[in-house]
Design a protein around this ligand. Structure first.
Ligand code: NAD
Length: 740
């Protein structure tokens, strides 16, 4: 079965997300709704979406729009029809009747329902029709969330379901997990339960919402929105509807009921329009007083808002053992929440799936957790867990584990896919070396370096690991969300605060040395980025010999935003790429000016399609929809380059002062228009100095080391200014740039 055309019915949040993502996969798609105006508006929203749902906005017209009255004949041409209309069974049944009357023989029909069992969805279908009907439950936003739950019915043509799964894996890049027909499937059943436990325990233990979010967040390997922040993001009213549907579907004995009871404060919030970020505010709100914006938090006891307090829990790394053993309210809360999630998740085996690993992977792919409940159990330790737990409702899984006390119960990961993923390989690879910032694995005849810091920010140790790992072909790849958000600025500022600029200089030199080493060492180095690949992260990638990039990537040199310039080879490599163009051969000013614009504005690309015109990525770099495949593709690159030879060193002929006059003119205009202020000019001048080649003329040839030196000098000059330090501190504290 080949899927060459798809029709999506219902152009709301999910339908438009699915259509956009099919467009990303170059599959012609038609989006139908009650009226064409609705689907047209949905298409406009896709175009404007942030973060963008499309890899390539210029393809927007590949999404055709229409309505279900006049354009239903589109269905007859589709190989797959996705229903994503409102969650109402009567409406869905009506739609299926129409679809099955019109569809091409054998075409797949699926529903995106989050809560209606397939038994009920398909109750009016004939045996023949049931063969081709299933649930394909995507997560929002479709481009970015990895999870796709597929629910079969007993009549399904299994070959067809498998080929749909394969299509969704390869073409759409999804982690497709087949699950049983049970309420909320895997992700929502466990994810929503976890949210409810985190919330009800916070109420019970009288934690403030900031305290709960500080624990049920990064320290547990959960996104930093925490629980109350996540409620605000999803919509407090929507969550109430989700809970109602669980209550309706689940048997009374299910522990879900205990955590899904209506909370008077939440009821009041909904009634008064405090439905979260989309409403007047929620658990958090931004309040404007005297012209300044203040973030406020809700007191769970009084229902009053107060200025939100930052809770600092020292946790650079997820360390569940230390967290649950803390002798304070945070430790107690963490243990209570984690143990209850483990108890609940284990009680669902084998009812919702026979593979406990599927639940962990669903939490990773659908909720961005770094570890699922069973991996949490593995980390806490089986003996430890049973020692610490007082009472628990027996279930087969835990009873069995209590008997065997098998600490190594886990076994293989990512069972849902045949792809040889990093997650699987890590389980069998030898851990060769490692430090606080990175881990080196040896697998067969190559090494893997995985960064392990927050957002994979880079420091001395990260560089050390990279350098050490070049004794074999090397793949730089990671499981966590980001490839690397860049150099660790807090680490740099610790030195700056002590006026220890020598240490910063040494670090930058070591960074440069390592990147040069990556590029010219005997064995090939491959970077496999996904997510943020910024600043220093980009510099590591760009100085690797090959790149296998995920299509969800945010890539760029953003140093100027904090008053710095790229100093790990970013300026050098971007110059080299732009010098290697027809225009640059004709005009020696072309490349320096082009790179001046790109780095000066800190331009970023949100997909490989956007990255190529900026030359952040090259046409020959591999672009891959499925993140799970990054390792396989990297391995294939190694295989195809068995006779690898390190590249020749770059040489540069740059115009020196001559191009600076042009850059100055640009700066003057921007300064007069107040696009940049005094310090912005200072930063841009330093950047210009590097990109012009410094004290040179076009007939002189500069080496890579000459450019590294220019980068280093400019960087050091800037980091020593109070204004740059101010900007860095501001960004570290607020996550936002400071213009000065
Ligand atoms: P939505 O309310 O944003 O959009 C529903 C769309 O269906 C609307 O544009 C509406 O005009 C259209 N519609 C209604 N009746 C129709 C009909 N008879 N024919 C054609 N179009 C019709 O809803 P949504 O959030 O996109 O949810 C769609 C489905 O996906 C639901 O089954 C929901 O449970 C499920 N789902 C939602 C999410 C989520 O995060 N929103 C996640 C996963 C699954």
């Amino acid at each position: 079965m080949k899927i060459k055309k798809v029709v999506v019915i219902g152009s709301g949040t999910m339908g438009s997300g699915i259509a956009a993502h099919l467009c990303n996969a170059n599959i012609p798609v038609t989006l139908l709704d009650l009226k064409t105006e609705i689907s047209k508006l949905a298409r406009e929203k896709i175009y404007k979406s942030k973060p963008p749902l499309l890899l390539d906005k210029s393809k927007i017209d590949n999404i055709k729009v229409g309505n279900i009255l006049e354009d239903f004949s589109e269905v007859a041409e589709a190989d797959w029809v996705v229903e994503a209309v409102v969650e109402r069974i009567d409406i869905k049944h009506d739609i299926y009747k129409k679809i099955f009357k019109e569809r091409k023989k054998g075409a797949i029909v699926s529903s995106n329902t989050s809560s209606i069992p397939i038994k009920i969805l398909s109750q009016n279908l004939s045996e023949e029709e049931k063969k081709d009907f299933c649930i394909t439950h995507f997560f929002n936003p479709v481009r970015y969330m990895g999870l796709l739950e597929i629910v079969k019915n007993e009549n399904n043509d299994l070959d067809k379901i498998n080929s749909l799964k394969k299509f969704c894996e390869t073409e759409l890049g999804k982690g497709a997990i087949i699950c049983n027909d049970t309420p909320g499937f895997l992700g929502n059943r466990v994810g929503v339960f976890a949210m409810q436990i985190a919330m009800t325990e916070a109420f019970k233990m009288k934690l403030t919402i900031e305290e709960a979010d500080a624990i049920f967040g990064r320290p547990m390997g959960i996104p930093k929105t925490g629980i109350f922040g996540l409620y605000d993001l999803i919509g407090i009213d929507l969550m109430a509807d989700v809970l109602k549907s669980f209550i309706k579907e689940l048997p009374e004995t299910d522990k879900f009921h205990e955590v899904a009871k209506e909370i008077p404060l939440i009821k009041k919030l909904i009634e008064t329009g405090y439905t979260g970020r989309k409403g007047k505010g929620g658990f958090y709100r931004v309040n404007k007083t005297n012209g300044t914006k203040v973030m406020e938090a809700l007191n769970l006891e009084t229902g009053e808002y107060y200025p939100s307090k930052k809770i600092s829990i020292k946790s650079e790394k997820v360390d569940l053992q230390s967290l649950i053993n803390r002798n304070d309210k945070y430790g107690k809360y963490a243990w209570s929440v984690i143990s209850k999630i483990i108890k609940y998740a284990s009680s669902l085996i084998p009812g919702i799936t026979k593979e406990f690993n599927d639940i962990d992977e669903a939490m990773r792919l659908g909720f961005n957790w770094t570890k699922g409940p069973f991996e949490m159990l593995e980390e806490i330790g089986v003996v430890n867990f049973f020692d610490k737990i007082d009472e628990y409702q027996k279930n087969d899984f835990l009873e069995n584990l209590a008997k065997t006390k098998n600490e190594k119960f886990y076994g293989q990961r990512q069972k849902y896919t045949d792809i040889e993923t990093l997650g699987k390989v890590k389980k069998t690879a030898t851990s060769v070396d490692g430090n606080n910032s990175a881990q080196i694995y040896r697998f067969n005849n190559y090494n893997i370096v995985e960064f392990t810091t927050k957002a994979n920010a880079l420091d001395y140790d990260s560089m050390d690991a990279l350098k050490k790992a070049t004794d074999k072909p090397l793949i730089i790849i990671n499981e966590s969300m980001q490839f690397s958000a860049g150099v660790n600025l807090s680490y740099t500022m610790e030195f700056a605060d002590k006026n220890d600029f020598k240490s910063i200089e040494n670090f930058i030199k070591y960074f440069q040395e390592t990147c040069k080493h990556l590029k010219y060492s005997k064995y090939p180095v491959i970077s496999a980025p996904s997510g943020l690949t910024l600043g220093g992260g980009f510099e590591v990638m760009v100085q690797s010999n090959f790149v296998a990039s995920h299509t969800n990537i945010v890539v760029g040199l953003v140093e100027t935003i904090v008053g710095l310039i790229p100093a790990g080879g970013g300026c050098k490599e971007m110059l080299a790429r732009w010098l290697d163009t027809e225009n640059a051969r004709k005009d020696p000013h072309y490349a320096p000016l082009k790179v001046f614009d790109i780095i000066g504005y800190g331009r970023t690309a949100t997909s490989p399609v956007e990255a190529e015109p900026l030359k952040y990525l090259k046409p020959e770099d591999k672009k891959i929809m499925n993140r799970n495949s990054l390792l396989e593709v990297s391995k294939k690159i190694l295989k195809d380059n068995a006779d690898f030879k390190a590249p020749e060193e770059l040489r540069f002929n740059l115009p020196g002062k001559k191009v600076l006059t042009e850059m100055d003119k640009i700066l003057e205009k921007l300064y007069n228009e107040k696009v940049i202020l005094d310090h912005g000019v200072e930063v841009a001048k330093e950047l210009g100095h590097v990109l012009s080649g410094g004290d040179t003329t076009i007939d002189k040839t500069l080496s890579e080391d000459n450019l590294f030196e220019l980068e280093l000098n400019a960087f050091m000059k800037l980091i020593e200014t109070k204004k740059t330090q101010e900007r860095i501190k501001h960004t570290l504290a607020t996550g936002k740039p400071l213009i000065n």
